[in-house]
Design a protein around this ligand. Structure first.
Ligand code: ZN
Length: 264
């Protein structure tokens, strides 16, 4: 079934941005030569993919282009290279526009959106990574993480069910994107989708719990099994998460939690 829905997956864990800095002053475009239309800029090809950046002008566009190559490498390394060869990135110059474009009102640095998704046939159309104004105020390492996280959603969108568990989507996206934690928290329970209905610190804790479980699975069972869990547990026609765990890892949730807890 072709779903005519806006799908947006934002990154909240890093996006408690506080007061966003003021928008950079708009720059005047150079005058076009008389009688000649300015040529369309050729999108750069980075790591074998065409990078199409549009939207509001500003230095964030150059920063995004500078970081997208490492994001592609990270996604390719986990998911493989079979995903869209064009990456569309849009910058917006107001939070209002970001909300209008993504449907998300929580302050965020970026979100991956799609206009049309048909996971049963492996189709996602109208995809873009929308960069919020607040992204201009985060450092290079955080921007790298944000871009890689959203690019994972972009790469996997066509094979992700509309009702896929959020904890699995966000946990694996963060596993691909975030550097290893210096002091991982002792797990208190397994993640679930109720963790993603909150805001602020509760939402950040939800992202962290899902991320740390994904990391644990990759370390104990290997990244290929984590990828298999994503495909089984978040793909079209996926069973409930407990069944997906049993099929791909051979454990039930209580066993998985005991194993995870034992590593702390
Ligand atoms: Zn996400």
């Amino acid at each position: 079934m072709l779903a005519a829905v806006l799908v947006a997956t934002g990154l909240a864990a890093l996006t408690q941005l506080g007061a966003a800095p003021p928008d950079p002053a708009p720059r005047a475009a150079p005058p076009a030569p008389a009688g000649a239309a300015a040529p369309e800029p050729v999108p750069p090809t980075i790591e074998g993919r065409r990078i199409i950046v549009g939207g509001a002008p500003g230095p964030i566009r150059q920063r995004v282009t500078a970081h997208i190559g490492a994001a592609i490498t990270a996604v390719d390394g986990f998911w493989g290279t079979d995903w869209p060869t064009e990456i569309v990135i849009e910058t917006v110059d107001s939070d209002r526009e970001f909300t209008a474009r993504t449907g998300l009102s929580e302050p965020m640095a970026a979100a991956a959106v799609a206009g049309w998704v048909d996971p049963a046939r492996g189709i996602a159309a109208g995809q873009a990574i929308v960069i919020a104004p607040g992204a201009a105020g985060i450092g290079d390492d955080a921007l790298q993480t944000v871009l890689t996280h959203e690019l994972f959603h972009y790469a996997t969108r066509a094979h992700t069910a509309l009702d896929a568990p959020r904890w699995l989507q966000e946990g694996v996206a963060d596993y691909v994107a975030r550097p290893a934690p210096r002091h991982p928290a002792v797990p208190d329970r397994l993640p679930d989708d109720a963790d993603f209905t909150g805001t602020g610190a509760a939402l950040s804790a939800g992202y962290d719990r899902a991320w740390l479980l994904a990391r644990f699975i990759a370390e104990r069972y290997g990244p290929d099994r984590l990828r298999a869990l994503y495909a089984a547990g978040a793909g079209p026609g996926h069973p409930d998460p407990d069944t997906a765990l049993r099929r791909t890892l051979g454990v039930d949730p209580a066993e998985l939690f005991a194993q995870w807890r034992a590593t702390a």
